[in-house]
Structures are given as C-alpha cells and as structure tokens.
Design a protein around this ligand. Structure first.
Ligand SMILES: Cc1cc2nc3c(=O)[nH]c(=O)nc-3n(C[C@H](O)[C@H](O)[C@H](O)COP(=O)(O)OP(=O)(O)OC[C@H]3O[C@@H](n4cnc5c(N)ncnc54)[C@H](O)[C@@H]3O)c2cc1C
Length: 432
C-alpha cells in the first residue's frame, strides 16, 4: 500500500463531523474565532452558563492542530522547571505547575461529563535521554519538582529502561504517571458535539476576515466581517492558534508557527507492540529537535517530529515521511520492515519565550502559545477564558507574564527565517 498523505486519526472517526446549522445571527453575546480544543471548550463552558455563543471556524471544526496532533495529554510546561524558576520565581512557577496538572483533570472531567469516546487513558509519559548529560539533569529536575510541587516523577536507569521502551539507544528516562493519551480527532469531534448540545452555535467554513471595535454612545461591541456575512458580538475570544490570520494582526505578530509531522505504521502484531512500549506510555526524547511517539489503540507506531520547520505543505509532508521513517528505525530497528501507511503535518503555535499566554489583546480575549502541550492546555485555557467572561475573577498564572512579539522572519505569514531557527536548534542538540 502506498503511503497515504492523510491524517490517520480522521480515519478512526465513528460519527460525521458537526456542521453549521442555519445562518449567522445578527447579534450574539460571544464570538469565538477558531474551532479547535480552545475555542470549543470555551464554547461548551459558555453555553453551559447560558451565554449565547457562536464558534466561527474557517475550515471544518477541529481542522487545525487539534485533530492532527500526537494525542499526548501532558503535564508540565514546555520549558524545564529550573528555567521557569529563574525566569518567574518560585511562587509563580508553583502556580504554573499546579495549573499544568489541573489541565489534565480538566480534559478528563470534560470527557467523563460529556461521555466522549476518545480512548482517554492515564498511561503516563516517558522522557528519554539522548545524552548522559541529559540523564544527569533528570535527577536534579525530579528532586526539584518533588520539593517544590510535591509531585513525584521517577527516574529509570539505562539498565532498567527495557521495562519502559524496546530501544537501547537512550541513556535512561524519567516517568510521569499522571499524563494521559487520547485520540485527538475523536476528542475534538466530541467537544464540538458537546458544545452544540449545550446550545452553542457552531459555523464551519466561516472565515473571519476583519474585526472592528464599535461603540456608538453605548457599550463597546465588535463587528466581525466573515465569509458568511457580518455578526456583532459583545465579546470576542481569539482561539485561532498557529493558524491565526491577518484578521487579528496584533495577535498574529506574536505567534511563531512551526511545522510538526507524524507518520503511522501499519497495525503491528501485539507482541511487537508490547516490546516497543511495554507500558503504553506517551514518549518523547530530550532533544530540542525532538521525536515524540506512542502506540495507537490499534497498535500502530505513531512517530512524530519537526522533520521540517516550515508549516505543513504538500512537499514538506511528503519529505517528512522518509525523514521520520529513518528516525523511527534508529530508535526501533525492529520496525525496519514495518510499512508506513500514513503521513501528515500540522502547525504548532510557539511564542518567543516558549510560554503559553492568555488575557486580552485589542480588548479581545485570547489564549495561545501552547507549543507541544496544547491538548490539555488549550482545553483548560478555553474553559478559563469562558470563566472570565462569566465573571470569575481568578486570572491564570500566565496572564501576568509579558507577551513578547516574534521577530520578523519567524512570524506567521513571514516565516523565511524558520529554517535558520531549525538549524540553530540542531546545533544546540550537537552542543548540549
Ligand atoms: C503535528 C502536531 C503534533 C502535536 N502533538 C501534540 C501532542 O501530542 N500533545 C499536545 O499537547 N499538543 C500537541 N500538539 C499541539 C496541539 O495540537 C495544539 O497546541 C492545540 O491543538 C491547539 O489548539 P487550538 O484550539 O488553540 O488551535 P487549533 O486546533 O489549531 O485551532 C485553531 C482553528 O482556528 C481556525 N482559524 C484561524 N483563523 C481563523 C479565522 N480568521 N476565521 C475562522 N477560523 C480561523 C483554524 O482554521 C483552526 O481550525 C501538536 C500539534 C501538531 C501540529
């Protein structure tokens, strides 16, 4: 079978995607730009509070990163804890780490309440060390996390690593037991169904082209011009992730869109699958230019990485298949003859400081910068933004941190310098 350039997760959907019902209303309480985890979880929470809400999605619901990712529901923040403490201090870092644990509970709660059939399982994650120096850092990190946050991660010496992974190339590992795995396409489809059931209006194929703030001797409102016509809203949530467009230039300037690619093999014999990942963990390595991988519920090896740094396009997807296959065989020589059946790509929303951010920009609510932690974080931030609109006062610990603009050349729409950033990370991987 030739490799299919399509997203394996979408093949596993058991219900047709939610589609628009009816025309856009003229007025609404809240408009949400973007129908991924963030926008849909915000819509679900708002609708449950009786707020009239419309989700405006340029493509199909869940079309963006939310249906294309590895399905790893990860604790922690992309940056290592010592870096966070140096940058933001102990107290702020403690709150951020606690929030990162809450994000997983938030996903689990929604899945349970809304009965979303998406293979959610608290299987834990394993980080594997590509160098001895990386492994040496794990002890220090785990001790710091235990002391500061009373959260336990356990270290796996190289001699014991076979109990966790069927590969001999690593120098040891670190396991976190509360992370989870799920099928992201089923999860985002279930979120859309739940939001619609709760009363949210969902509009696919509705691109927001322009947003203008208006106040004619009255309260401020927003006029959104869309490909389906105009709509006026009291509040707006920007949940457009890495796919943020010129309709919201102030936010777009802050997003660094980075391509990430995934292959999926044929379904493997159960014994081989168990050998590769005996505890079925979500696995990623310690490099900057990292690989992440896991088994699917039907025992395919799903293997991802930043094979190209550019956002996905037909040629980058095709080239990535072979680069990732070579990477997979380096980790798992047992997969030398396994057929790769799928390849696809998506775009991650990075920020210059590699942190998630949320708050207001041009008077509109936003959350972005989830990088490779968005399955849990985007869901959590969406519900938090809904809470703020409904009058809750506790902002997230990420709301107060400065949100730097991305340098020209790395910004969405102007990504000519991305290969240089990629090269820089490859050099760092050689040196550190
Ligand atoms: C290949 C890949 C692997 C990943 N793996 C993981 C992982 O294993 N674990 C993890 O935690 N995270 C992972 N991530 C990151 C995670 O998927 C994202 O952080 C998360 O899905 C972001 O959700 P979101 O709702 O913010 O954005 P998205 O899901 O990207 O949704 C944004 C939506 O906004 C729409 N939009 C944009 N502009 C407009 C407009 N003007 N009008 C209307 N609609 C608009 C887009 O069409 C898009 O559908 C991965 C990402 C990729 C690409």
């Amino acid at each position: 079978m030739p490799i299919l350039e399509k997203n394996y997760w979408l093949e596993t959907l058991t219900t047709p995607p939610v589609q628009s019902v009816g025309d856009l209303p003229e007025n609404i309480d809240v408009d949400i730009v973007g129908g991924g985890f963030c926008g849909l979880s915000a819509a679900l929470a708002l609708a449950k509070h009786g707020v009239q809400v419309a989700v405006l999605e340029a493509e199909t619901l869940g079309w963006g990163a939310s249906s294309r990712n590895g399905g790893m529901v990860l604790t922690g923040i992309k940056l290592p804890v010592p870096t966070l403490i140096n940058r933001y201090g102990r107290e702020a870092t403690r709150k951020m780490y606690a929030a990162s644990l809450e994000t997983i509970d938030c996903v689990e709660q929604i899945i349970r309440d809304e009965k979303i059939d998406c293979n959610f399982s608290r299987c834990g994650h394993l980080e594997v060390a590509c160098k001895q120096s990386h492994f040496d850092g794990y002890e220090e990190s785990a001790a710091l996390i235990r002391k500061e946050f009373q959260h336990h991660l356990h270290i796996v010496a190289k001699s014991e690593l076979r109990a966790e992974i069927g590969s001999d190339i690593y120098f040891g590992g670190m396991v976190e037991e509360t992370s989870a795995g799920l099928n992201p396409a089923r999860y985002v489809a279930g979120l859309a169904q739940a939001a619609q059931r709760a009363g949210a209006c969902l509009y696919d194929h509705t691109r927001v082209e322009k947003i203008q703030a208006e106040s004619h001797n009255g309260p401020r409102k927003f006029l959104l011009s869309t490909s389906r016509g105009p709509i006026v809203a009291r509040e707006v949530i920007l949940a457009s992730g890495a796919y943020t467009t010129n309709a919201t230039p102030a936010l777009r300037k802050k997003i660094i869109p980075i391509g990430s690619y995934i292959i999926a093999t044929e379904a493997l014999p159960p014994d081989l699958a168990r050998e590769l990942s005996p505890r079925n963990r979500m696995i990623y390595d310690s490099k900057h230019f990292l690989y992440y991988y896991r088994l699917t519920p039907d025992n395919r090896m799903l293997f991802g990485g930043r094979a190209a740094f550019f956002p996905e396009a037909e040629n980058t997807v095709r080239q990535s298949a072979e680069i990732l296959r070579r990477g997979m065989i380096h980790v798992y020589p047992q997969l030398r003859d396994a057929k790769v059946e799928y390849v696809w790509g998506g775009t991650l929303d990075f920020t210059l400081d590699v942190m998630p951010h949320a708050g207001k920009i041009d008077n509109m609510y936003f959350a972005a910068g989830f990088a490779g932690h968005g399955v849990a974080a985007a869901t959590w931030f969406g519900t938090k933004l809904a809470g703020l609109i409904c009058g809750e006062t506790d902002a997230t610990p990420f709301s107060a941190i400065p949100f730097p603009a991305a340098p020209l050349g790395l910004r969405s729409g102007h990504t000519w310098a991305l290969p240089l950033a990629g090269l820089w990370y490859r050099i760092l991987d050689l040196l550190t």
